[in-house]
Structure formats: structure tokens, C-alpha cells
Design a protein around this ligand. Sequence first.
Ligand SMILES: [Zn+2]
Length: 102
Amino acid sequence: MPIYEYKAAAAGCRYCRNGFEIMQGMNDKPLSKCPKCRAVVSRVPSRFLACVSETPDEVAETERKLRGFEKEGMWSHAAELADKAGLEDRAKDDYKRAGHEM
Ligand SMILES: [Zn+2]
């Protein structure tokens, strides 16, 4: 399934202000509101889609799992996985969120 990136048009919460990515089916309606704070969001071209075709399956799978955890707000799971995958910045970011979100 393609991953779409959304960003708050104006004010938003911490989640949508800097943009967030979400996996959606081709036939799903585009999001118009942030799932967390309901601020109006708009879709932005995804950087991830551009590079996913060059990514080995294993990395793509890790990425997919990571995004799943992040989408569910399971930041500590995401952080652990990112850590294992050697994604230091991602892990740091997720650990930080793990501390804040719960
Ligand atoms: Zn929001």
C-alpha cells in the first residue's frame, strides 16, 4: 500500500505540524483532518515513495513495521526496532516520543 504524507495547513498538534505519514489503500479517501487534533491537513508528495523502489525488501519490511508502530503510537516498539535496524536518528526520535506520548 502506498504511504502518503500529510501536513497541517496551518496550526496543528506536534503530530501533524511537521508532517506525518500514513499508509492508505489506493481507494481510501485522502485524509482531510489530523487524526489526533483534527486540524485541516493536506497531502504532500512523499519522499518515502521516491526511494522505496530502491530499498531492499528487508529494509522495506522494517520500514513498514516501524511505520505501523509509529502509526499506532507504539513508540518504544518503534524505537527498539529502529535501534536494531541501525536507524539511530529514528530510534532516538522514537525513544523521545515514547517518553512523551504515553
Ligand atoms: Zn494534529
